[in-house]
Write a protein of this length. Structure first.
Length: 214
């Protein structure tokens, strides 16, 4: 068995041990864990994760007044298509950080987490993709783990059972999360490094750029 398949299997085993009790608990008391994201209204699969962080599906122009009311000053989009087709409000900054869910790496995660934290200094932030489950779900879970200190199991439980929708790509998110080195991600986020791997493409590109100015 390849290492990728092994890690995927390990993640699924861990998740199975986590989700079943969560389902049983939900059936028995009907309560949503208070630390999970809470729904905001009944459109766009919009949830509030923290006082300054929201997640959703792809909004449209009708959502702009609501975003402004929520003091959302930055929208981070994980799709290859820009938000300019529906978002023209000058008060809201557009940040586009597309990535492939099946090929996510630490550099992708660090770019998103860094963008969120920088934007939170200016106001509230919305993260989204088209369905609000795959790319958004993974980055929301990594924010929970790296920034907020949740365990991987806690973050995966919210990702799968939080009511955000189903996805055939959850297995890719599980595989990445189970092998992610959280301490290294935190160190890189604090230091400004673009990746936990000094030989990552972004790190090499940065080194070449700095060397050209010497």
């Amino acid at each position: 068995m390849s290492i990728v398949r092994f890690l995927c299997a390990l993640g699924l085993i861990c998740l199975a041990g986590l989700v079943l009790p969560a389902v049983q608990a939900g059936d028995s008391n009907g309560q949503r864990p208070p630390q999970w994201a809470t729904p905001v209204g009944n459109q766009y699969n919009l949830y509030q994760m923290t006082p300054t962080l929201y997640r959703s599906t792809l909004p449209d122009s009708n959502a702009v007044p609501m975003l402004l009311k929520l003091n959302i000053t930055t929208v981070i989009n994980f799709q290859p298509e820009a938000d300019s087709s529906w978002l023209s409000a000058s008060e809201i900054k557009q940040v586009q950080l597309p990535y492939r869910i099946g090929h996510v790496d630490d550099a992708d995660v660090l770019a998103v987490l860094r963008a969120i934290r920088e934007a939170e200094d200016k106001g509230s932030v919305l993260i989204h993709d088209r369905q609000g489950t795959e790319r958004t779900g993974l980055m929301a879970a990594m924010y929970r783990v790296v920034v907020q200190g949740w365990t991987k199991e806690e973050a995966l439980s919210e990702m799968i059972m939080g009511g955000f929708g189903d996805s055939p790509h959850f297995k890719d998110s599980i595989r990445y999360m189970m092998q992610a080195h959280v301490d290294k991600l935190r160190e890189a986020l604090a230091s400004g490094a673009c990746s936990t791997n000094p030989y990552a493409t972004c790190a090499v590109r940065s080194w070449l750029k700095s060397a050209s100015f010497e």
